[in-house]
Design a protein around this ligand. Structure first.
Ligand SMILES: C[S@@+](CC[C@H](N)C(=O)[O-])C[C@H]1O[C@@H](n2cnc3c(N)ncnc32)[C@H](O)[C@@H]1O
Length: 301
């Protein structure tokens, strides 16, 4: 199996085990000029992604087990963020495999490189890459993983065309993207939360994305000759204090501030949502439902 070409200084530094040459991740570093990721890339968003990854890790691991990922395999992580999943993938494929995390944000790439360095995962590489315009490495790869990324892209067809070319015959592509954002809600209190859900979806669309992108991906994959092997809904429900509730409350608070900055959500609506969340904590029958993810696993035939 041919190694990925690695020519940049950062990678050389890692291979020579000279960590001092690797810059510490700078959460305030400027993003790539074409970075239009609507949730941003500051330290607060990085911490949200870390918590989100911890909460969803068992779901990730179950999906990778269904895909049969194992030692020696070569994997791409599309829109890898700060490298949390890429690190898990690298542990599964081991030193005889390879993991390439592609991410447009330079600070996240730096963070992922630092994680790889600290964990001595020499076979994990993070690269600055724009999924819209940059060519993919030739591969061949055994698995392409993509979670909460396709939903932010203004177009997915060119990326799917390129993915079909870099996958090995029999290689798999595995998406965890939303299929039904409208299930997001707090019950029975959440009128303001329901409005928040509509505004979130509107803001994602106005930024060029499609929140329910997994309604389209299976058909687009089938049209490119992929066999759809798995369509699995991944709903999430939780009562106050449980992890789904903590995850969704955090999102309402953090993204609510962005919606207010965009002028989409008023301070009065934000206050009404805060009151609903407080009331839910006093009601043992109250519960949150998340936007529903669809696991899509397709194989290149
Ligand atoms: C919600 S985060 C998900 C991160 C990671 N996949 C995970 O599951 O934790 C979305 C990520 O997609 C990246 N992204 C969005 N558009 C991109 C593009 N055109 N090219 C590369 N990365 C992109 C963002 O910078 C961000 O890191």
């Amino acid at each position: 199996m041919a190694p990925f070409p690695k020519t940049d200084d950062v990678w050389q530094a890692r291979r020579q085990r000279t960590p001092a040459r690797l810059k510490a991740p700078d959460p305030l570093a400027p993003a790539a000029s074409n970075d239009t990721y609507v949730l941003g890339n500051d330290a607060v968003e990085l911490n949200r992604l870390r918590l989100q990854h911890d909460l969803w890790r068992p779901t990730l691991q179950a999906a990778l087990a269904r895909a049969g990922l194992g030692p020696g395999e070569r994997v791409i992580d599309l829109g890898a963020g700060p490298g949390f999943v890429a690190q898990d993938l690298a542990r599964i494929v081991g030193p005889s495999g390879q993991v390439l995390g592609l991410e447009q944000n330079a600070a996240y790439v730096s963070h992922g490189q630092q994680l790889a360095l600290e964990a001595a995962l020499d076979h994990l590489d993070m690269r600055c890459h724009d999924l819209i315009s940059d060519p993919l490495p030739p591969g061949p790869f055994d698995l392409v993983w993509c979670r909460w990324v396709a939903m932010f892209l203004p177009e997915v067809k060119p990326l799917l065309d390129r993915l079909a070319c870099c996958l090995a015959r029999g290689g798999q592509i595995l998406f965890h993207e939303y299929v039904h954002w409208d299930t997001f809600g707090l019950h029975p209190q959440g009128k303001a939360i329901a409005r928040f859900s509509q505004l979130v979806q509107r803001s994602f669309r106005e930024a060029g994305g499609e929140p329910d992108i997994n309604r389209r991906l299976p058909s687009l994959l089938a049209a490119r000759g992929f066999a759809i092997e798995d369509l699995l809904p991944l709903p999430v429900v939780g009562r106050a204090g449980e992890w789904p509730a903590r995850w969704m409350e955090m999102f309402v608070t953090l993204y609510g501030a962005k919606l207010q900055a965009l002028g989409l959500w008023s301070p009065e609506e934000a206050e009404a949502a805060r009151v609903e969340m407080e009331a839910s904590r006093a009601d043992p029958g109250s519960f949150w439902m998340g936007p529903t993810i669809l696991e899509v696993r397709a194989r290149r035939t």
